[in-house]
Design a protein around this ligand. Structure first.
Ligand SMILES: Nc1ncnc2c1ncn2[C@@H]1O[C@H](COP(=O)(O)OP(=O)(O)OP(=O)(O)O)[C@@H](O)[C@H]1O
Length: 471
């Protein structure tokens, strides 16, 4: 029985017949789609879709590529920033599925670094479009060999690449650079901030502090950063003041570095002796950048701050910018600027209106400080750093001896530490004397037993404490 095509087509000549055909086809498609959705799992469907897309994109006639050379025009002094950006950006697209990767670790860096291997293509998705990257390492025979990235994409995405994809890569690069940027420490000398790199490795992980205290500080810092909008709404300068107090060698400076490394804030270290007048103080405060920590160390040694309540000074200094050299003063202390200038700054009254500033005062003697300085709002959190107690010792054992787990001498050492008042700095010094962990711990036990005999004459202070004075 033959199929009569003439009859078949003639039966579809009317509009209603075409409509019927269309309706039947739509119904079939709907059923087909539902069946596919029900029967074929999600992963398989997206796999097929990506293969189809790759197939069409791979057609040589609609693929275009951009070559991003390491050097612009081969000129050594002329690096191509886009190459550097791609080099930083692509490892962020590396997933666990890669078969070939370059991996390495740089000195002073905790984390591993990854880089694209020339034998592997990196496939990146941006706004639903697939981009393929390949590293070209140049010819081995070429003495001026440099690298290049080749970016391939479908020609219909030319505009997207230039208008949005490349700007996106450059922006990501800036963010990565900011994240990796070395922190700076500034000191005020002769009316200018002198900058050096802050390469101190202290972090909250390497600090021997009791863990509740650590958590309380980290929590306070996080909360401070989160509350930008609230500070703005209530018209409060967005800053937070911490007072670190305790005996020398308990980690005040180390904690400041740990805070800086945690927040990625630069540190401005201010010694009052380098300030010549109120206006000098204002200038140095004004010249600090946002997102910084201003540190005034050993504030009790800075006579200007602790002596405000002494009658001889009250008579002599004012809130003005005038300088007072203290030459007639019986205590022979040089007074160059007023405490009230500092307090005003701290209240934000005369600040430059900057944001995200942390102010840290350190002292070995909190009791010597002027109460005006300690008032809530000026010093929001008082952090007491004290002798080494409890399990905090294990952090030092890890820092100095590389002992990560347990050691049979730990309990004995911790018991001895409870009975003795020794600072983390003193214990650190003992540990560093011997490379052999077992020997170092045995020597520490001996040392602590000796110290225990003298401990009766030492004052008994509690372990690290924190006192939050409110917002
Ligand atoms: N809590 C701690 N955790 C880890 N290391 C510490 C701690 N305290 C002291 N150290 C070690 O002791 C050394 C001295 O400590 P640091 O300078 O931080 O103490 P400090 O309290 O600021 O002393 P000072 O009051 O004399 O300035 C540091 O190099 C650090 O290695």
């Amino acid at each position: 029985m033959g199929l009569n095509t003439k009859n078949l087509f003639s039966s579809f000549t009317s509009a209603s017949s075409w409509f019927e055909l269309y309706a039947a086809f739509s119904t079939f498609m709907m059923l087909f789609r539902t069946a596919i959705n029900d029967l074929v799992p999600d992963q398989i469907r997206s796999f097929i879709a990506s293969k189809l897309e790759a197939f069409f994109n791979a057609q040589p006639n609609n693929q275009v590529s951009l070559k991003i050379n390491q050097l612009w025009d081969g000129n050594l002094g002329n690096r191509n920033e886009l190459f550097d950006a791609a080099q930083e950006y692509l490892p962020t697209r590396i997933t666990r599925t890669f078969k070939s990767l370059k991996v390495g670790k740089q000195e002073n860096r905790k984390h591993l670094d990854f880089a694209v291997d020339a034998s592997e293509e990196v496939v990146d998705k941006f706004e639903g479009t697939t981009f393929t990257w390949k590293l070209d390492e140049g010819s081995e025979n070429d003495s001026n060999r440099t690298h290049a990235f080749v970016l391939s994409f479908n020609e219909r995405n030319r505009e997207k690449v230039l208008d949005r994809y490349i700007p996106h890569i450059l922006k990501t690069y800036e963010a990565i650079k900011a994240e990796k940027r070395a922190l700076k420490i500034f000191s005020w000398e002769h009316h200018y901030w002198n900058e050096t790199e802050l390469s101190h490795p202290a972090t909250f992980d390497t600090l021997a502090l009791n863990s509740e205290l650590k958590q309380a500080i980290i929590h306070d810092l996080d909360r401070f950063l989160r509350r930008k909008e609230l500070y703005k709404k209530v018209g409060k300068p967005w800053k937070r003041g911490y007072l670190l107090y305790g005996p020398p060698g308990t980690g005040k400076s180390s904690l400041i570095v740990a805070i800086a490394n945690y927040l990625k804030f630069n540190v401005y270290d201010l010694e009052f002796s380098s300030i010549y007048s109120d206006s000098d103080l204002m200038r140095c405060m004004r010249d600090t950048s946002n997102r910084c920590i201003i540190v005034i160390e050993d504030v009790d040694c800075n006579q200007e701050v602790q002596v405000r309540s002494k009658p001889s000074y009250k008579d002599n200094f004012t809130d003005s910018d005038s300088e007072f050299d203290g030459s007639n003063d019986p205590n022979q202390v040089t007074k160059k600027f007023s405490l009230s200038s500092l307090l005003n700054y701290m209240d934000g009254l005369r600040s430059s209106g900057g944001e995200e500033r942390i102010i840290i005062f350190t002292t070995n003697h909190r009791e010597k400080l002027d109460p005006a300085l300690l008032r809530p709002g000026r010093m929001d959190m008082h952090i007491h750093l004290s002798f080494l107690k409890g399990k905090a010792f294990r952090v030092l054992a890890s820092n100095y001896l590389g002992i990560e787990g347990h050691h049979p001498l730990f309990e004995q050492i911790e018991e001895l530490l409870e009975k003795t008042n020794v600072t983390p700095a003193v214990v650190a010094e003992q540990l560093i004397r011997n490379e052999d962990p077992q020997l170092a711990l045995e020597k520490l036990v001996e040392f602590l037993k000796e110290r225990g005999k003298d401990s009766r004459v030492e004052c008994h202070l509690s372990a690290g404490q924190v006192n939050v004075l409110g917002d």
